[in-house]
Design a protein around this ligand. Structure first.
Ligand code: ZN
Length: 333
């Protein structure tokens, strides 16, 4: 006779890898935010200055909850940080005490501040053991003349310091025209800013460490936002590094109407774009897989999914069938 503990054990295993864990988004008000997270993505947003949708996050100031579309799961209402800490089997037993990734959709109605992030080494020394931040951007939609800030023109730290002191921002920063479906990898130490008229999917290391270099002298609630000039100058790569053309020409036809392309593979994440007009049977082979539906609608294993849905396939989920007319960004840690 099978012991009850063995039955429980088996049931537990069956449970965790048979559920699709959908993530409830969290919204953040920002001076530069707008309402496209509602008008474009159909989310219920708190107000017309909603700048960020934290689509997958386990940070203390925005810890997402799980829901399952089939109901009656042991995971409904649980926080992502809690699952990461206490049910590591879901994530293939990956090490680390913090969930490693943070995914956001950003609606920039106005320009975001010009900023830079430290790398892991600098952050662990100067920011109480925090992770640094490597991030990447997939342009979901943007105005015809939209731009981003990426890189700078100073040839030395002395020249940079002088340009900053003299407020010569237009001379210092580099701007680049963008189009929807563009992709950019932003390494630590890169001066960058998202500018007005863009809707971006941002995938990054789970860190909240941002050094603000310039904020257009804007006021928020009567005060200017804090700047971090000294730390910025310390971590900015000088001279600015060329932005590598990181979009790999890796389009792979999987099926009639179904293709996949690699956007980036780096130390922290591996990102693919998958376009489906029809159906395809995939296999989950990673410790865990995040899927983000960025266009259209369809079904995954009989569950309907649509633009704006973000979900995790746990370790050992196995085969999954997706059908419909949709675009998906797949992220693996
Ligand atoms: Zn950033």
């Amino acid at each position: 006779m099978t012991k009850p503990t063995e039955i429980n054990q088996r049931r537990k295993i069956q449970q965790y890898n048979s559920w699709i864990l959908f993530i409830k988004p969290i919204f953040k008000q920002m001076v530069w935010g707008g309402n496209r997270l509602e008008s474009d993505f159909g989310y219920e947003i708190p107000n017309n200055h909603t700048g960020e949708c934290w689509a997958v996050s386990a940070l203390p100031n925005g810890d997402c909850q799980i829901y399952t579309k089939r109901g009656n799961s042991p995971y409904d209402g649980k926080f992502l940080s809690d699952l990461w800490r206490n049910q590591k089997e879901i994530f293939g037993g990956l090490p680390g005490d913090q969930f490693p990734l943070l995914l956001k959709i950003i609606d920039a109605k106005a320009d975001l501040s010009i900023q830079v992030h430290p790398n892991d080494t600098f952050a662990s020394i100067h920011e109480k053991g925090s992770l640094g931040k490597t991030e990447c951007w997939y342009i979901l939609e943007c105005d015809e003349d939209a731009q981003i800030v990426v890189g700078h023109n100073a040839r030395s730290k002395e020249e940079m310091t002088l340009m900053i002191e003299e407020n010569r921002w237009e001379e210092l920063i580099c701007k680049k025209s963008i189009h929807s479906e563009d992709f950019f990898q932003i390494e630590p130490g890169t001066v960058h800013a998202i500018k007005a008229g863009t809707l971006i999917l941002e995938i990054q290391q789970s860190s909240d460490i941002t050094y603000r270099l310039y904020d257009y002298d804007r006021y928020e609630g009567g005060i200017k936002r804090e700047l971090h000039i000294d730390k910025s100058i310390e971590v900015i790569n000088c001279p600015s590094r060329e932005l590598s053309d990181c979009r790999k020409l890796s389009r792979q036809q999987l099926n009639k109407g179904v293709f996949k392309e690699k956007l980036i593979r780096c130390l922290y994440y591996d990102v693919d774009r998958i376009v489906i007009n029809g159906s395809y049977d995939f296999v989950q082979q990673e410790p865990f897989t995040i899927l983000c539906v960025i266009k259209g609608e369809g079904m995954i294993d009989g569950i309907s999914i649509k633009k704006g849905d973000f979900f995790i396939l746990p370790y050992g989920y196995g085969e999954y069938a997706i059908a419909g007319t949709l675009e998906i960004i797949k992220v693996v840690s």
